[in-house]
Design a protein around this ligand. Sequence first.
Ligand SMILES: Cc1cc2nc3c(=O)[nH]c(=O)nc-3n(C[C@H](O)[C@H](O)[C@H](O)COP(=O)(O)O)c2cc1C
Length: 280
Amino acid sequence: MTERGRRAVSSKGVLSPPAFFALPAGPAAGRLLGGETYLLTDQVHAMPESAQPPAPEFDRRAFRAALGAFVTGVTIITTCDESGAPAGLTANSFNSVSLDPPMVLWSLALDSTSLDAFRQAKWWAVHVLAAGQEELSNQFARKDTQKFAGVTYTTGPGGIPLLEGFAARFVCRAAFEYEGGDHAIFLGAVEVFEQAPRAPLIYHQGRYGGVFPAAPPAADEAESVAALEQRGLVETVDGILRLTQEGRLVATGLVALAGNSGLTQHETSALRHLVARLAA
Ligand SMILES: Cc1cc2nc3c(=O)[nH]c(=O)nc-3n(C[C@H](O)[C@H](O)[C@H](O)COP(=O)(O)O)c2cc1C
């Protein structure tokens, strides 16, 4: 087991992390999650040197782009170092792990200036950012700045900084640290959580965004029909919903307008949803 693997935050009397990263050197033996040892015999697994396909060159940039296809929220994770100074950074590697007990995880680059602070931390807090907190996200994603400059915060357990304006916040007791390549993976037991009625900030392919519902929920459709009925644009005849004469005029105008603007059906629908959301 490597030094880093062994130093899981296990002072709380909880389980040691599984040693899946602690493969003995060489291809002939390994360790399963449960601690059982298995052997890979040369006869079964080894291929003659000439038969092995050349290792494809790893395209780091393509890998990052592919990972960027996975849409995430944005969090700021905070703690304080041994001297009590606040530490934190922007992270989108946050994810849920367990409901019972409630646990979450995230990963931190090994070259992070906050690594030592998080390694010794007994507590840390995850702030799920709300739409409009892009600037704060950028501030906590810069290495060279005073990340907490101009930021108001209160303190939580162990003196960790707690920020405001979040969509959700999880105050966690540090539970485990795992090795994850060039990142350290931290698991926390959620002790306190809060949610605010704010839309979350979204991150996709290196850009911020917002939540945009794909289609109105079915309940809204019934509401829309009722509203249009009241406006005299649609009517139900023999149990069938149809446009009234006025409705047909309005609809024809709308379709022509969309056609003239060169919008596709998908774009028209997106615009309609956006207008509905902004008008709400
Ligand atoms: C949206 C976004 C998500 C990020 N996610 C992570 C992450 O999950 N883990 C990480 O180590 N760095 C992540 N970063 C980069 C760090 O925020 C950045 O490297 C920061 O400067 C680290 O600061 P530090 O070295 O002072 O800890 C992210 C940056 C952005 C903008």
